[in-house]
Design a protein around this ligand. Structure first.
Ligand code: CUA
Length: 201
């Protein structure tokens, strides 16, 4: 019997047995396969987006977002501006306690350069139901090329705990079907979209 007081007899200095050697070999081979897969997933699988991180002063980023809103605002939704940037243009999104600012209206099949940063603390960008996850760190502009492939009503969920309002930090991205996009935002959420309110102050 072992107890917490009397240590079990050790045999670690004896040579490894056959089974242990087999398991270690299998684990090592699997590690090497996964290691080789990492660049493959990146290059062929379209995973792990290649973002460009650059430093930015939080205040400068807020000013840039405000300029973006002033320039391309097309409406308002629950107190938040709805912004439709020109096709192929730059998109600026601000994460702050506890909202994603502004609401974005994008076109399907168009590539945008997406910039996102925080003005206060770390937030987590999680686009639903599309699986895109980014960590949003104040002081850094995370730029990324993005092409919406389906029309719909998407939600940005903050998936990094950021304080008392973390659970209500939900943003909105509307992807319209190109030509028929002018006018009102789609009312019915796409299937599998989390239905949640857009937070506003
Ligand atoms: Cu922002 Cu959690």
């Amino acid at each position: 019997m072992h107890s917490g007081i009397v240590s079990p007899p050790g045999i670690w200095w004896k040579p490894a047995g056959r089974q242990e050697k087999i398991w270690v070999t299998i684990a090592l081979v699997w590690c090497l396969i996964m290691f080789a897969m990492m660049p493959l997933w990146h290059l062929r699988g379209g995973q792990n987006p290649t973002g460009v991180r650059s430093k930015v002063e939080p205040a400068a980023f807020v000013a840039r977002v405000n300029r973006f809103v002033d320039e391309y605002k097309v409406g308002e939704e629950q107190g938040l501006p709805v912004v439709a940037p020109p096709p192929g243009g730059h998109v600026y999104l601000l994460a702050r306690m506890w909202q994603w600012y502004p609401v974005l209206k994008l076109q399907k099949g168009v590539t945008y350069t997406f910039h996102v940063s925080s003005s206060d603390l770390n937030h987590g960008f999680s686009l639903n139901p599309v699986n895109i996850n980014l960590q949003i760190v104040p002081g850094y502009d995370y730029a990324l090329k993005m092409t919406p492939t389906e029309a719909g009503d998407l939600r940005i969920i903050c998936n990094e705990f950021c304080g008392i309002g973390h659970h209500i930090m939900i943003g909105k991205v509307l992807v319209t079907d190109g030509a028929s996009s002018a006018g009102a935002a789609p009312d019915a959420p796409a299937p599998n979209v989390l239905t949640a309110e857009v937070r506003h102050d």
